[in-house]
Design a protein around this ligand. Structure first.
Ligand code: HH2
Length: 274
């Protein structure tokens, strides 16, 4: 099941965190009815994909058991899939990915970058599209002391290796997306360098997804490392990062604020396609 991506502008992936503790919107869409309503709203605002997640990955977030994660995401996926919108499941657990695909999701968004071989099996067996994201370490500790030689080279190497392993296992090449994992075990400088050199990821030949929306490096640039601008005030910063990503060739943008992101993406595309 290959996902048709727009060719003249990036696809907008709207974030739907069915969690009590996500870093910028935790608790806002925790009730199934509210989450489903939010999904509708994002569709109306022009989301091409809705990324449903039931476990926060912010540094220090509490792990969620399979049963609880299923309870959070399944009713939302079932309801939104009926409306025909493309759904991705943001999870690192193969059991959740499998159940989500049976409920109608078509993309697995794995922030652990296919570290679990069982996740690769789910992708092969279901024929879903997979987004392989890079993260240094684990969410609990990833921001304590991120270290790289050349961050772009190191992250590219990881993604290419993970994609090759997936392909050898039977995942079709055109069903693999890659994501450098903005904010996942990365300093402010690491994130900036990745965005500035995003074209190097694009040249690997897989659609590149970028998730810079409201991330803390933006707050640190606009405030300070010890006193970042709060997450709910990072829209302009998000759009600036998004436009850079788009100019450098990102095909999918993962965002909280669908309408502004869609509009910015369309204007950027109209200028670049002139
Ligand atoms: N970022 C987050 C979660 N999932 N998936 C991909 N592919 N890329 C990302 O950059 C990415 C992601 C973190 O953002 P959010 O979902 O808003 O927060 P939380 O993990 O606290 O729920």
């Amino acid at each position: 099941m290959q996902i048709e991506l727009p060719t003249n502008r990036p696809a907008i992936m709207g974030i739907l965190n069915v969690t009590p503790d996500s870093f910028s919107d935790g608790g806002l869409f925790f009730e199934p009815e509210v989450a489903i309503e939010r999904g509708h709203q994002m569709m109306e605002q022009g989301a091409d994909i809705i990324d449903v997640g039931g476990e926060s990955t912010r540094p220090g977030a509490k792990p969620v058991f399979v049963e609880e994660e299923l309870k959070r995401v399944l009713p939302v996926i079932l309801a939104l899939a009926k409306l025909g919108v493309t759904i991705s499941i943001d999870t690192t657990k193969p059991e959740i990915a499998n159940a989500a695909i049976s409920a109608g999701a078509r993309i697995v968004n794995d922030v652990s970058g296919l570290r679990d071989p069982a996740m690769i099996e789910v992708c092969v067996e279901t024929g879903c599209t997979v987004c392989i994201m890079h993260m240094q370490g684990k969410p609990a500790t990833m921001q304590s002391n991120p270290l790289y030689g050349d961050v772009v080279r190191d992250v590219k190497e990881y993604l290419l290796h993970a994609a090759t392993v997936a392909e050898k296992a039977g995942v079709a090449k055109d069903q693999i997306w890659i994501d450098p994992g903005i904010g996942f075990g990365k300093t402010v400088e690491n994130n900036c360098e990745i965005l500035k050199r995003l074209d190097e990821f694009v040249r690997l030949g897989y659609p590149v997804l970028v998730g810079a929306s409201r991330k803390s490096f933006l707050g640190k640039i606009l405030g300070s490392k010890s006193n970042p601008l709060p997450a709910d005030q990072r829209l302009e910063a998000t759009l600036a990062a998004q436009v850079i990503a788009q100019l450098k060739g990102a095909r999918i943008l993962r965002v909280h604020d669908v309408l502004p992101a869609k509009r910015a993406g369309m204007v950027c595309a109209a200028i670049m396609n002139t």
